[in-house]
Design a protein around this ligand. Structure first.
Ligand code: PEP
Ligand code: MG
Length: 325
């Protein structure tokens, strides 16, 4: 079965009636990139860079980061890699970087909030990404965005990093796309406004679900309430995706929901064709896409939007999944 799935690595992800998807991988290292490419991923839709910063005693230098980002740019070849800037805080700590003790770390000092407040650290990362962008197709993605100001500030710092590189006479991709993660409900609610400043959206369903349902994604006691198919989640997905589409920018999904084959009708219905997922989901999701009828999937997706509970939506999606085999 595993060997059979591996045969799909080189097959295009296309439904029976000709709707094609682009499946990319979520990675944390150069090695992960090699693995997802082996599974047929068309590049990486999420490179979680925090792992470069962990298990060490100081911040990685520009040179060290450049070396890794250049390797992923080169290894991805004709595909692109979306590099997400540092997303620490929440559950992720760095030994050498003192973060305040917080009652609610997931609602606290995290991700872009830290980057914008530690400008030199952020600029070092952006500079390393920019330098690597001369060696392949890279994109920059900003995590935990909840306001337009944050995007503008990040872009301002990126502009400074670019002009420093100009002065140093170092090449980079001046048109490197800057995208926004939609993972805080506020971002979904103002997606039309963010779309004016963002080159692309990528929806982080892991945090989006946690924040919109007020359900800690790590808390076992309330794990049953963590419902990715809750109508509130579906509505925010539709709002954000439609806003991106109306603005003419690419919209992809990179949270765990992208790797859940049950969710395919939702993507078909909402017009999402770009999914980025963990390595072990790639071939499973492709297998389901190959066996699906997009027209029936779209209908199932539309039905989901008429249902009132997460359980009902899940039942509808299960019904569709079982019709695919
Ligand atoms: C997400 O929140 O959906 C996401 C992809 O980011 P992470 O899982 O790294 O928080
Ligand atoms: Mg997240």
């Amino acid at each position: 079965r595993k060997e059979q799935l591996q045969l799909l690595a080189t097959v295009e992800a296309i439904t029976r009636d000709g709707v094609s998807f682009r499946l990319a991988g979520n990675i944390s290292s150069v090695k992960d990139l090699e693995q997802v490419l082996h599974y047929g991923a068309e590049g990486a839709g999420l490179f979680r860079t925090e792992f470069l910063y962990m298990d060490r005693s100081s911040f990685p230098s520009e040179e060290e980061q450049f070396d890794i980002y250049r390797q992923v740019a080169e290894k991805a070849g004709r595909y692109s890699v979306v590099i997400r800037t540092l997303d620490i805080g929440g559950d992720k700590q760095l030994e050498y970087f003192e973060l305040p003790e917080e009652d609610n770390p997931f609602l606290g000092y995290r991700a872009i909030r830290i980057s914008l407040n530690s400008k030199e650290m952020f600029k070092t990362q952006l500079t390393a990404i920019l330098r690597a962008s001369a060696y392949g197709s890279l994109k920059i993605m900003l995590p935990m965005i909840s306001s337009l100001e944050e995007v503008r500030q990040a872009k301002q710092i990126l502009a400074e990093a670019k002009s420093d590189l100009d002065q140093r006479g170092i090449a980079y991709d001046d048109g490197i796309p800057v995208g926004v993660m939609i993972e805080v409900p506020a971002a979904a609610a103002i997606a039309d406004l963010l779309a004016k400043e963002a080159d692309f959206f990528s929806i982080g369903t892991n945090d989006l679900v946690q924040y919109v349902l007020a359900v800690d994604r790590m808390n076992e006691t309330i794990a049953h309430m963590y419902q990715p198919f809750h109508p509130a989640v579906l509505r925010l997905l539709r709002q954000a995706i439609t806003a991106g589409q109306d603005a003419g920018i690419p919209v992809s999904v990179c949270g765990e929901l992208a790797g859940d084959e049950k969710a395919i009708p939702i993507w078909l219905y909402l017009g999402v064709r770009d999914l980025s997922m963990s390595p072990q989901s790639l071939l499973r999701v492709k297998h389901r896409i190959l066996n699906a009828e997009a027209s029936a999937g779209r209908e199932a997706g539309a039905n989901c939007y008429r249902l009132a509970t997460g359980a009902e939506v899940e039942a509808e999606l299960t019904r569709f999944a079982e019709s695919c085999v």
